[in-house]
Design a protein around this ligand. Structure first.
Ligand code: BDP
Length: 774
């Protein structure tokens, strides 16, 4: 696939991907499934009864019991002696991963089949007909008997096998992993088959993730669009709107960690269902409170609750934390803050050890340094390589990692903000080392890089660092929380954007200038392009304390899709959308196709009415939601006018060789393609060129008319989404229907505001007529 999808298609494009093997219930919603008060709080794990009577009958004949041997043998570590749920909770704490898998199967199958499916812990004489057996070769004699070690070994640590087995007149299913977590992932994959009405017999499935570390970053205090508060981002009753309560006050004070809330476990189950392995629980603009002993105790309780689901904790830290007086007497002076200073390294190693004592599987630290006012090694005369390595050296003996973010844009480096990160990090990656190798970053450092060179815009070219940092571990950072893509008001399914990113060809070459065989961004991230053994992908998550956990019901889809793509970036985003719709809204044929089509066009529509044809960052600085193309801020590189460069000749930022020459940071094929206004993909036109108002475009329109057309087409699509949604009223439960309907009305009004504000502002420069076309 090329750099961007061809053209915008704004009409409904129905992804009728339901294969013949899939049974689509004609009835949209079974009576049992209809709960008009349902608030969305189960995410995609709602497990309502199968509405299609024939399919239900079939599944019931095929499944009788859940069989998990020795579920309690590998008890998970627990630091908090009296770990407990808040009074009145519905979820239950798990002691082990196999127990979590067993409980999920029982809950899921009982819900889907609308009858109690019991669990048993031993096969007796023979595995019962209809059993769903789950385990590892270590935990289960059935698995040991039926799944050869060599075959299982091939799926690796997190992978699983699902097999249908027939023995005489008995037929049953075996779900096997090499680890308990692998088996848990298999349980969710099996449940997904029922949730999406796929066959569950004749199975011989093997799955394993392409990327080893699949993490969320959670920003507890910023860009929270899922806070349970009518005004949008805050909380209620003393909570701050974040998913996890550390310091809630008033009515909610008794609900602070170490007390565990239902929503933590719902989130944990949902994240495990898509294979998420870690979560950095606090904002990258980090508050040192998270490193205090009181907070560490709370974090340990959270880690205890999430551990059975295979989810490990990490923390964002502030580089200068050692100077914070709240750690007195264990503090350092500014003079000791050089990353090579033993005092600095020892401080971090002490702190990490303290955390590790409470959280033995602690992942490590995420660091935002010398970025947007955060302190960093440059304040003390050192570069990012020194800073990352100083911390990495301190924690390496503990087996911890440093995720060092590359979101830096020091204005002294270059006038073009987009060039700055590579200019700072690239030379460190290239640097010859005393041992004859290249690249100074240590092995336990990941450079964590946003998908594009600017900042989570709805569409960006890929970050030039992908493929360029062959000697360094790189993690891709995507933003799930919709800061620039509609926040909690606009319906925008982001998987197609991430798919575009992951499948973009970097045209990376080897040392001799030969094109690599595998060189899509996904190959760089999964390590196969340049032979990296350690791999990571990170999503800045959109969870909060809202009833539906993500603010907008359709934002749940973004969290779901991130997990699925982190597991397997080669997946098709329409297939992911279809699974999510079936699991979240129902399996009715018309419903599925209408919602998938609506979602699949929603991102391209947003790009069209916000920032079409590659014009970037036209957001109001106050909240990054609405349009403000005329805004001029104290910092040039925060100002919409800097990004649009509007004048009488045209619109867009010249980053070609005649301009800032950002294009030179890409590999030669992309550099040439982006650098030439005749070959740059239309969708990235204004990222790289200042485009004359009368330039002829592929559509036959001139640039100005095409620009106006995009804005109008984008808003029209939102109108179509509203009509589609209205047409589904009889097929959707009442509360969720009304909530989405209300959001879509706001969405359309806000999209029209984007169109009108931008078009009329551009018109002051183009001096041309606004001709809205169909
Ligand atoms: C920007 C956000 C800001 C983050 C920053 C980052 O507006 O809240 O702190 O990214 O990623 O997009 O560090």
């Amino acid at each position: 696939m090329g750099a961007v999808a061809a053209g915008v298609t704004l009409g409904p494009q129905v992804g009728e991907a339901a294969g013949a093997a899939r049974s689509d219930g004609a009835a949209a919603l079974g009576a049992a499934a209809r709960d008009d008060d349902y608030d969305g709080s189960a995410l995609w794990l709602r497990y309502v009864p199968i509405a299609d009577p024939q399919l239900l009958g079939r599944y019931r004949r095929q499944i009788s019991t859940v069989l998990v041997e020795n579920a309690d043998r590998n008890r998970c570590h627990r630091h908090t002696q009296d770990l407990r749920m808040a009074p009145g909770s519905a979820e239950r704490l798990m002691d082990s991963t196999l127990q979590a898998a067993r409980e999920e199967l029982v809950r899921g199958l009982s819900g889907l089949l609308d009858r109690r499916i019991p669990a048993q812990d031993g096969p007796g004489h023979a595995v019962p007909d209809g059993a769903v057996v789950l385990g590892t070769r270590e935990s289960s004699q059935v698995v040991r008997r039926l799944v050869p070690a060599g075959e299982l070994a091939r799926v690796g640590e997190d992978g699983f096998l699902i097999r249908s087995v027939s023995q005489g007149r008995r037929a049953f299913t075996v779900i096997a992993g090499n680890t308990d977590v692998g088996a848990l992932y298999g349980a969710f994959a099996f449940l997904r088959r029922l949730q999406t009405h796929r066959p569950i017999t004749g199975l011989s499935l093997a799955e394993s993730p392409r990327i080893a570390n699949r993490h969320l970053n959670y920003w507890d205090t910023e860009r929270l669009y899922a806070g349970n508060n009518a005004s949008g981002t805050g909380g209620l009753n003393g909570e701050n709107g974040a998913l996890f309560n550390f310091a809630a006050t008033g009515e909610s004070a008794a609900r602070n960690l170490p007390v565990i809330l239902d929503r933590y476990l719902v989130a944990a189950r949902a994240l495990a269902s898509v294979g998420i392995t870690g979560i950095t629980i606090n904002n990258v603009n980090a508050d040192n409170a998270y490193l205090t002993p009181e907070y560490i105790e709370q974090e340990a309780a959270l880690a205890d609750a999430l551990r059975p689901y295979g989810i490990r904790l990490a923390l964002s830290i502030r580089y200068a934390a050692p100077t914070d007086q709240r750690f007195a007497p264990d503090t350092l002076t500014d003079e000791q803050m050089a990353p090579v200073d033993p005092a600095f390294q020892e401080w971090w190693s002490r702190k990490a050890r303290q955390i590790q004592e409470a959280i033995p599987d602690f992942v490590g630290f995420t660091v935002k340094a010398n970025s947007e006012g955060q302190p960093g090694p440059q304040d003390f005369g050192y570069d990012h390589g020194d800073g990352a390595n100083g911390m990495a050296t301190a924690v390496a003996p503990l087996g911890l990692r440093i995720y060092w973010r590359t979101f830096v844009y020091n204005a002294d480096v270059d006038r073009d903000r987009l060039k700055r990160a590579y200019l700072e990090f690239g030379p460190i990656d290239d640097e010859p080392q005393p041992d004859g190798t290249r690249g100074r970053f240590l092995d336990n450092v990941f450079l964590q890089t946003k998908n594009g060179p600017l900042d989570y815009q709805a569409r960006e070219p890929i970050h030039p660092m992908f493929g360029r940092m062959e000697n360094t571990n790189q993690a891709l950072e995507l933003q799930i929380t919709q800061e620039y893509t509609g926040q909690n008001r606009m319906l925008c399914f982001l998987a197609p954007m991430w798919e575009e990113v992951l499948k973009t060809d970097t045209y990376a070459t080897d040392g001799d200038g030969r094109l690599l065989e595998r060189r899509l961004v996904g190959h760089i991230v999964d390590g196969t392009a340049q032979h990296h053994a350690d791999t990571a992908i990170v999503g800045v998550a959109n969870l909060g304390n809202a009833d539906n956990l993500t603010g907008h019901h359709f934002s749940q889809a973004n969290l779901y899709a991130f997990g699925r793509q982190a597991w397997d970036w080669t997946l098709d985003s329409a297939d992911i959308a279809e699974d999510w719709v079936r699991m979240t809204w129902g399996n009715g044929r018309g419903l599925v196709s209408a919602l998938v089509a609506m979602m699949m066009g929603s991102w391209e529509a947003l790009v069209s009415y916000q920032t079409p044809l590659g014009v970037a960052h036209q957001f109001r600085s106050s909240d990054h939601y609405g349009p403000a193309p005329s805004e001029v801020l104290a910092r040039e590189d925060w100002s919409p006018v800097y990004y649009n460069q509007a004048d009488a000749t045209g619109l867009g930022f010249d980053r070609s060789p005649t301009g800032s020459d950002l294009t030179a940071q890409y590999f030669p094929t992309l550099a040439a393609r982006y650098g030439d206004i005749d070959s740059v993909p239309e969708e990235l036109l204004m990222w790289f060129h200042h485009v004359p108002w009368d330039r002829p475009m592929p559509s036959g329109r001139i640039f100005w008319d095409e620009l106006v057309h995009r804005y109008y087409a984008g808003v029209r699509y939102v109108g179509e989404m509203r009509r589609t949604w209205d047409s589904l009223e009889s097929q959707v439960d009442a509360r969720r229907f009304a909530e989405v309907k209300a959001k879509l009305a706001l969405h359309e009004a806000d999209a029209a505001d984007w169109r009108d504000t931008c078009v009329s502002y551009w018109q002051q420069f183009s001096g041309r007529e606004i001709r809205a076309t169909d």
